[in-house]
Design a protein around this ligand. Sequence first.
Ligand code: UDX
Length: 438
Amino acid sequence: MRIAMIGAGYVGLVSGACFAQFGHDVVCVDKEADKIARLRRGEIPIYEPGLEKLVADNVRSGRLEFGSNLGDAVGNADAVFIAVGTPTRRGDGHADLSYVYAAAAEIAEAIRGYTVVVTKSTVPVGTGREVARIIREAQPSGEFDVAANPEFLREGAAIEDFMKPDRVVIGVESQRARDVMAAIYRPLNLIQTPMVFTNIETAEVTKYAGNAFLATKITFINEIADLCEKVGADVHDVARGIGLDGRIGRKFLHPGPGFGGSCFPKDTLALAYTAREANAPQTIVEQVIEVNNSRKKRMAQKVVEFSGGSVKGLKIAVLGLTFKPDTDDMRDAPSLDIVPALQAAGATIVAFDPAGMAEAARLLPGIGFAKTAYEAASGADVLVVITEWHEFRGLDPRRIKEAMRQPRIVDLRNIFDPEEMRGLGFAYEGIGRPRPRT
Ligand code: UDX
């Protein structure tokens, strides 16, 4: 199959490289000439484990190309994927679809022969239908179908998620389009990946429902963690105790400082907005958004209370700034709420993050950066773990203790064992874990 991928951002680049790996001929186009020039030189603008090699291999084999001429790419394609950004519109929380519709209009001009136009970006229900209308208006006799094929990639595990997904959801409404989509995903069929074929609206809702459910699950365990803290229960055991019930499942029951990232915050907002417009308010999701936002703000207060009611004049070491490990993405990261609140309360912050410091320097003015976790801990009065990078789990607590001015840890991801840390002489506080009985 010949595929045009419109947008060489996170989703476009990962999907394009993976489709090429499936054996298809893929051209990724992007309006940002600079991005295309960098990609042509083999530079990957995002941090995603394994992506650089995947791109390089497929460019070398001639299956993956980068360009800025949308017309040529679309004109030769069997399927065109729209993978442009859908940021949150300022003011109302709705997804901004201007890039999607602009792409549809350009695609309309370029289509030659039967083409399936697929929305890969996360788009509110109704967008696929609108894309079809835009193309039909520009090309009344154009031969095309529209499909909705949401992605479920997690940053940091995107390639694995694409190559071995739990399922593929495809909204199509003609046999011809279904055949093209089935051919594109044939390699996954061979490994018996469930293919869920639906109508277009259903595929669009499925994406939002999936993300909203996961965001709800996280928020649920976060509130249970708060209860555990108050009553002397351990949220990890509660999560295991409920998660072993197959109807609940163990994943996404890890408590923390609140969810962030490029998807959950944006998609829950967009779902709430669309649902209100459709007169079917999603009150649970609205509550999740609110609880999560206030949780992120409350985490700084937790550090202040742990420090005896004030952090004025204290040096706080922060480990991890990105919204989760294995990414350099800082979008809606809890650190963006926690760090400024601690600064406002009078603390000096020195942070270490394995990949996020360049971006953090832009977003978090006034913080110092260390080259290692130990360097950040050096002379600190409190150490706060905000992101659970794997390498932090392997830190030597004795070395951390020696480096710190006062051995105190607030572990917002529960990466350390409370008893072990207390046994080593740390004042230690996790999330939803019993405090020592006094
Ligand atoms: C998510 C979805 O998982 C993915 O399917 C979708 O396509 C895009 O959004 P991503 O944002 O990359 O992916 O990361 P994910 O691993 O889902 O984590 C999202 C946020 O939830 C992070 O801030 C993470 O720290 C938090 N989280 C996740 C928890 O706090 N606890 C958990 O148990 C799981």
